[in-house]
Design a protein around this ligand. Structure first.
Ligand code: COS
Length: 390
């Protein structure tokens, strides 16, 4: 496909091509099996780390590829087009874990934690959600209390829906240090999961992205050294939200990959499947579906590019890109669900069968409308950005 976009450089094309090759050659042959068994694809994840896909924005000094937000969008679309589970694991290491440390971490934290994550030698997680707080992220029950010596925080509580947690070496955790201050009393910490007081709950059986493992994590008098706090006490909510802005661009790219896969499969099928003596692509009702899918996929891609460019702009000029990130995530995730639904319909019985990956795309698409902020939350962020009202 011709590159119409002057902001997509040769370097961008190289990472896109490398991600596409890896996805098609190394992920495609195992995607179905891992979806079926739910087994975490540790081997390919490590290989993605060696190729630089696990720390695309991480500076080279900490083992990353030191590329921009657009490179991340391009690579993540290609990986997710083949398998959204790999896309999920890649996005957590890149944005949810690394972004906050790149922006708010100390030099020591970056060396110690970014390097293994960016090279794929370690798996990262991000933990904000609790059993009783999801969209209302500022309302959490888990606590961190500084000990008398002022050396460690003692952490207690239970966090839920933590992506990659069953395999995570490190977790960026958000808990209350000053509960009376509500969201301004939340602080961020880096957790090492091999220390006493950290436990994992059962791995969640999920509808989609089944090869990406998700579980609760439980803290029982976990001792976290003060040097593992990220930012100042009380900075946690803003760090969590800033990280989610970057993360939402990743989920938008993942959704875009799923949507493109649905469109590609549907175009091919409509050319070879015949009914009433003609390829079904000759029928106007199929043509309408293909045309609408194509317009939405391309519009989603433009919103992803816009969001990445907005992120790159704020890196130089300050400000926020919350609205652009939410627009990309909202539109691309609803497009993924739309395209997956239409792809199943176009494929008919074969779309419903496990013989083709279409039903996997359908199951995988749904989560993109839920995690890292539901579609309802994205609409709220967009409207607040427009009006400035709370
Ligand atoms: N970047 C930096 N700061 C941000 C921010 C962002 N994207 N969004 C909000 N803030 C700041 C605000 O500026 C405000 O600062 P002050 O305390 O100085 O006034 C503070 O954070 C609180 O903001 P706000 O009043 O908008 O917070 P709300 O409680 O209304 O929550 C929503 C805002 C709903 C948008 C937020 O809670 C959210 O995104 N929820 C969804 C969480 C989510 O995605 N969960 C999934 C987790 S990953 S599976």
């Amino acid at each position: 496909m011709a590159n119409y976009f002057p902001f997509i450089t040769e370097e961008h094309e190289m990472i896109r091509a490398a991600a596409r090759d890896f996805a098609q050659n190394s992920i495609a042959p195992i995607a179905e099996e891992h979806d079926h068994t739910g087994e975490f694809p540790l081997k390919t994840v490590r290989q993605m780390g060696e190729l630089g896909f696990m720390g695309i924005n991480v500076p080279e000094a900490y083992g990353g590829a030191e590329m921009d937000a657009l490179a991340y969008v391009l690579a993540l679309e290609e990986i997710s087009k083949v398998d959204a589970s790999h896309g999920t694991i890649m996005s957590v290491n890149n944005s949810l874990f690394s972004h906050g440390l790149i922006k708010f971490g100390t030099e020591e934290q970056k060396h110690k934690y970014l390097t293994p994550i960016a090279t794929g030698k370690a798996i990262g997680s991000y933990s904000l959600t609790e059993p009783m707080s999801g969209s209302d992220a500022g309302n959490m029950a888990s606590r961190a209390v500084l000990n008398d010596a002022g050396t460690h925080y003692i952490i207690n509580g239970r966090k839920s829906w933590v992506t990659s947690a069953p395999y995570a070496d490190f977790v960026v955790l958000f808990v209350m240090t000053q509960p009376e201050q509500k969201h301004r009393g939340i602080s961020a910490f880096i957790i090492e999961t091999d220390k006493p007081g950290f436990e994992r709950g059962k791995t969640e059986p999920k509808l989609g992205i089944r090869a990406s493992a998700t579980s609760e994590i439980i803290f029982d008098n976990y001792e976290c050294p003060v040097e593992n706090r990220v930012g100042k006490e009380g900075d946690g909510f803003k760090i969590a939200m800033a990280v989610l802005d970057a993360g939402r661009i990743g989920i938008a790219s993942q959704a875009l990959g799923i949507a493109q896969a649905c469109l590609d499969a549907s175009v091919e099928y409509s050319k070879v499947r015949e009914a009433f003596g003609q390829p079904i692509g000759s029928f106007q009702m199929i043509q309408q579906k293909l045309a609408d899918m194509k317009c939405r996929v391309d519009a989603s891609r433009l919103l992803c590019y816009q969001a990445a460019l907005a992120e790159m702009h704020t890196e130089e000029h300050g400000g926020r890109f919350s609205m652009e990130a939410s627009m990309a995530k909202l539109y691309a995730s609803e497009t993924a669900m739309y395209c997956a639904t239409e792809a199943v319909q176009i494929h008919g019985g074969m779309g419903y069968s496990k013989e083709l990956p279409i039903e996997r795309y359908f199951r995988d698409a749904k989560i993109t409308e839920i995690y890292e902020g539901t579609s309802e939350i994205q609409r709220m962020v967009i409207a607040r950005g427009l009006t400035g009202l709370r």
